[in-house]
Design a protein around this ligand. Sequence first.
Ligand SMILES: *[C@@H]1O[C@H](CO)[C@@H](O)[C@H](O)[C@H]1NC(C)=O
Ligand SMILES: *[C@@H]1O[C@H](CO)[C@@H](O)[C@H](O)[C@H]1NC(C)=O
Ligand SMILES: *[C@@H]1O[C@H](CO)[C@@H](O)[C@H](O)[C@H]1NC(C)=O
Length: 397
Amino acid sequence: MKLTVTTTVLLISTVVAIDLDVSSKESICSAASTIAKGVMDYYEGTRYGGVVGMFQQPYYWWEAGEAFGSLLDNWYYCQNSQYQAVISDAIIAQCNAPAYDFMPLNQTVTEANDDQVVWGIVVMAAAEHNFPLPDGTGASWAEMAENVADSMFARWDPDNCNGGLRWQIFPNMSGWDYKNAISNGGLFHLASRLYRYTDDTKYLDMATKVYTWMVDINMLDTRQSPWALNDGANIGDDNCGEMVNHYYSYSYGLMLSGAAYLFNATENEEWYSATYSLLIASADLFFYESVMREYQCYVTGLCNNDQRSFRSLFSRSLGLTTVMVPQTAFPINWLLSASARGAAASCSGGSDGVTCGFDWSKGSWDGWYGLGEQISAMECIQNLLASSASAPLTQQG
Ligand SMILES: *[C@@H]1O[C@H](CO)[C@@H](O)[C@H](O)[C@H]1NC(C)=O
Ligand SMILES: *[C@@H]1O[C@H](CO)[C@@H](O)[C@H](O)[C@H]1NC(C)=O
Ligand SMILES: *[C@@H]1O[C@H](CO)[C@@H](O)[C@H](O)[C@H]1NC(C)=O
């Protein structure tokens, strides 16, 4: 049955599409490179009058961070230096030197904790992969990542809900009274990586404190099987007593890979078991017949620009998990392979014939397009290489 469908699709789309052999690095990198070209179609920073580090409207600053993290993965997994200067120029433009904390003036009216952490994760990866630091930069990549984690942790709010970070940084933003999984899970993820990288127990304590709070308040509901990572809760609703039961792949991914980093660094079985429980929960919600989907909005058919990009960070997190806990490589690569085939088949739209779509279960383009579709497909495909790449560095090398 399935074979017939695939055959039909192959016959129809003889025009252009992205070929992918998931067992060949050359094929994976060629597909990723074609998709990266499509990512750059949305980039402002190399155009006259554009802002370095920003993508065109309507893509927000945080999604630019997500996109540069995806391009950095491409640099690392495929040794593609084509965008190396574009990536480092963007990071340096947005890092807010000399504070190097990713709180640039242009964003300080709207920036939230989850926005800041996505850029923090970019420089964390830059440190772990020894990405060349431009001459004259006044901080190392790792110091920048520490600045992000430290400034976030300084916003820890013990006066409401017994702790946790609020979603927003600025009190006049809507969402100031909301504590959410991506902000707290993002800090957990970054602190876990910083602990492995620096060996400084300050970051182990930070990661543990965030995680414990998330479990205690049932934001990460470990009473359910599989575990559920709720989107967040309002302070005003019984001091975070009423969780919003929405589930997003990137929050699951950051917590999953954060737990994997902590197991790798501590060898504490508790983190091994958390890694597995989060992987089971992720597989349950975000894969349907082995193909990755953004569950929450896929079922309603209403995915906004942000949500259409979440699978890029999710895929990146799955790749990192295979490296940190090698026992997960088999099941994760199985899921990534099926999804990557679907993603590549979806990249057959637009006027270039290689524009990526949103629904990877169709075997063809579904009519959706955008920066989120491009970076999600690219990360899913290139993260097939994660488990065979060399491990992220630590400060010791
Ligand atoms: C801030 O916005 C202005 C106006 O769009 C732009 O010229 C400048 O390059 C931006 N700076 C950063 C760091 O994005
Ligand atoms: C929040 O306050 C800042 C100044 O402190 C202001 O520039 C900004 O427009 C305000 N934002 C909203 C959404 O009211
Ligand atoms: C930590 O990661 C490295 C690199 O992938 C791996 O060789 C090692 O086995 C991992 N350690 C644990 C405890 O899983």
